[in-house]
Design a protein around this ligand. Structure first.
Ligand code: SF4
Ligand code: MSK
Length: 631
């Protein structure tokens, strides 16, 4: 194995960013740093969650002189209501994305660009959902299963179908606590109804609805999103990729796909292999077509095609600042509206494709399911036509990039564990070897590191510091979202990075030939982490709350992250946050989310913006769980 001395430091990533910001100054435009600085100190009412804009008697804010809004709502009601609204919005985003995938599955056919790529996964799901599979056309099965999936959004009775996948103990907790997630749309509507002026002000009631809404995401919208995306586009497999801005190519047509819904980017990847498209690119003087990605769309296409990652969330502007991007092509979520203005400073075309994310000044090409491939080719042609407009003297592509081994959904993790032969016990198809390694202390525990970048903490730094410290302490990491991309950019997702681990983790990685951080996908794929944790708990014979496994979002920023944190906690997994939710203006809320909710669901938040404190808290938490288990 080559010696691992090849980490890209956060300082090196920052140095590239500084140079690109100089270009922004030169072309007289701004970036997120400028806008964050212009915001100055954050409004202390908003930051504490004690500003209410729910009705037009307000806005109201809490001060020592005015401890209640016009209607009488206090700080606790305000903070809890806005927290629940964030969960509802996050749940909506993941779940509505899934709804689109289900509509596509309904229209899939062998002669359309939408094929069923993982037939076995569909058949397994059909059997799980009681759909007949014998002697039936796979697309017919797909349509029936998609219909059942769509019912999960609006059914009038019952709860989310995937709840039956949860351990019996969790199902019991949810039933006893009246938290079984009903139809996804209903949970979101209930959350909005409860928080409308003149309804709930009780913190506990609002938090309980928060858990139920979040569960409709984790065990509903997101879990279906993962399953159906795998069915349509293939379950990811282990493969090599690269990440960081150095993946942009100076002599190729650079198209950056950005957002979350992989449907359009799948078509773009397909179109980039189309001979006519490649010939057309060459006719314009390019050596080829280089698709790279940003944010979770990047995670989706890298997991399935090895498409390289140009950067994570806060690098979306940096990609344009390289002057080498012919097109920034976006679908939904995490897209800066600032891209319009920025792209105008360069030759870059900014193309939106979804009615959900319409951005002033962008070129909009509505992506239609029936004409998806034609839409992709139309957009790609536009990018190729733009190649000759690139101003070579404005091209500044940083050299920095790293290799990574990615693509570890549950199936691949199990597959690797199966390679361990144990003459005494047949562990095939189980997490037995992983459980044994944790019990023996070879691995102390595991952490799911997820989430975004956030200018409120030093971007990438918290992720990087926490990842390195956990590996040193023999703690396995699974990662999704932009957190996983930080691992890729810094080199921590190479197999050789096992040399940075403690002796136990290194042995396990050697044995399984895996990198010490397993890339499980996009932020919607945190549902894979739920299933991993629950399967381990069931096979171990303990509750999820007892496992030395926790979740961590060091640099989160989005409402989706609030929903994710809450479905993880409702599943019994402690969550460690590097950014405080905007509720600290209510001591009652702070006590509930960091402590009291443990009495209901068995898990709570620990918060610290200092990554070293946070990682110490996490390790202490993992060790405490080990002690309680007697291991
Ligand atoms: Fe003010 Fe109450 Fe209206 Fe909120 S709901 S804006 S606290 S009056
Ligand atoms: S893209 S939600 S910044 S992880 Fe999923 Fe990254 Fe966070 Fe968006």
């Amino acid at each position: 194995m080559k010696h691992f001395d090849a980490i890209t430091t956060v300082e090196e990533i920052e140095a590239d960013a500084v140079k690109l910001k100089e270009i922004a100054r030169a072309v007289n435009t701004e970036t997120w740093e400028d806008r964050a600085n212009a915001q100055g100190a954050r409004c202390k009412f908003g930051d504490g969650g004690v500003c209410c804009r729910i009705c037009h008697m307000g806005p109201c804010r809490i001060t020592p002189k005015a401890p209640r809004g016009v209607c009488g709502a206090d700080a606790h009601a305000m903070a809890a209501r806005s927290y629940l609204r964030a969960i509802a919005a996050g749940t909506s985003s993941h779940s509505d994305h899934t709804r689109e995938i289900l509509f596509i599955l309904r229209q899939a056919s062998p002669d359309s660009p939408w094929k069923i790529r993982d037939e076995q996964k569909l058949i397994n799901l059909a059997k799980e959902w009681g759909v007949a599979t014998e002697n039936r056309d796979i697309y017919e099965i797909g349509r029936e299963v998609a219909e059942i999936g769509l019912q999960q959004f609006g059914k009038t009775d019952g709860h989310q179908i995937f709840v039956s996948r949860a351990p019996a103990e969790r199902q019991k907790v949810w039933a006893e606590q009246d938290m079984l997630p009903r139809a996804i749309d209903r949970e979101v509507v209930t959350a909005l109804h409860m928080t409308h002026m003149g309804n709930s002000s009780d913190v506990e009631a609002l938090l309980r609805q928060g858990f139920r809404t979040a569960l409709s995401n984790g065990w509903g919208g997101s879990m279906m999103g993962t399953e159906f995306t795998d069915i349509l586009f293939g379950t990811p497999t282990v493969r090599q990729t690269e990440g960081n801005l150095g993946c942009l190519e100076k002599d190729m047509v650079n198209i950056v796909v950005h957002g979350h819904d992989p449907a359009f980017s799948e078509m773009m990847v397909m179109a980039s292999h189309d001979k006519d498209m490649l010939d057309y690119a060459r006719s314009k003087g390019a050596k080829g077509i280089n698709i790279t990605g940003i944010c979770c769309t990047a995670n989706e296409v890298t997991m399935r095609h090895g498409v390289r990652i140009a950067g994570s969330f806060l690098q979306q502007e940096d990609a344009v600042l390289t002057g080498a991007v012919e097109m920034m092509c976006v679908d939904v979520q995490c897209i800066f509206p600032s891209l319009t203005q920025l792209c105008e400073c360069f030759h870059t075309k900014f193309v939106t494709t979804s009615p959900i994310a319409r951005i002033t000044g962008a070129i909009h090409v509505n992506f239609e399911i029936a004409t998806a491939f034609e839409n992709a080719k139309e957009v790609m042609k536009m990018a190729i036509d733009n190649f000759p407009n690139r101003k070579q003297d404005m091209v500044n592509i940083p050299a920095t990039k790293q290799e990574a081994t990615i693509g570890y959904p549950l199936e691949q993790i199990i597959g690797h564990l199966d390679t361990i032969t144990n003459s005494h016990v047949d562990t095939k198809g189980s997490y037995g070897p992983a459980i044994d390694a944790i019990k023996a202390g070879v691995i102390r525990g595991a952490v799911g590191i997820v989430g975004c970048n956030n200018p409120r903490v030093r971007p990438d730094y918290s992720h990087f510091e926490i990842m390195r410290e956990l590996l040193k302490n023999d703690i396995l990491i699974v990662a999704t979202g932009c957190a996983a991309q930080v691992g890729i950019k810094t080199g921590l997702l190479q197999r050789e990075a096992r040399q940075l681990c403690g002796a136990g983790m290194r042995r396990v990685c050697d044995l399984l030939n895996i990198p010490p951080i397993l890339h499980m996908g996009a932020c919607i794929d945190n549902s894979r982490i739920l299933r991993l944790v629950c399967s381990i708990a069931e096979q171990w014979g303990v509750n999820t709350t007892q496992l030395p496994i926790v979740g961590c979002a060091p640099e989160w920023m989005s409402e989706k992250a609030v929903s994710i944190a809450n479905y993880c906690m409702a599943t019994g997994i402690d969550v460690y946050l590097g950014v405080e939710p905007q509720v600290h203006g209510s001591d009652v809320m702070m006590d509930w989310i960091t402590n009291k909710q443990r009495d209901i669901i068995g898990a709570a938040l620990t918060i610290s913006s200092d990554p070293h404190t946070l990682v110490k808290n996490m390790i202490d938490g993992i060790e405490a769980k080990r002690t309680a288990l007697g291991i």
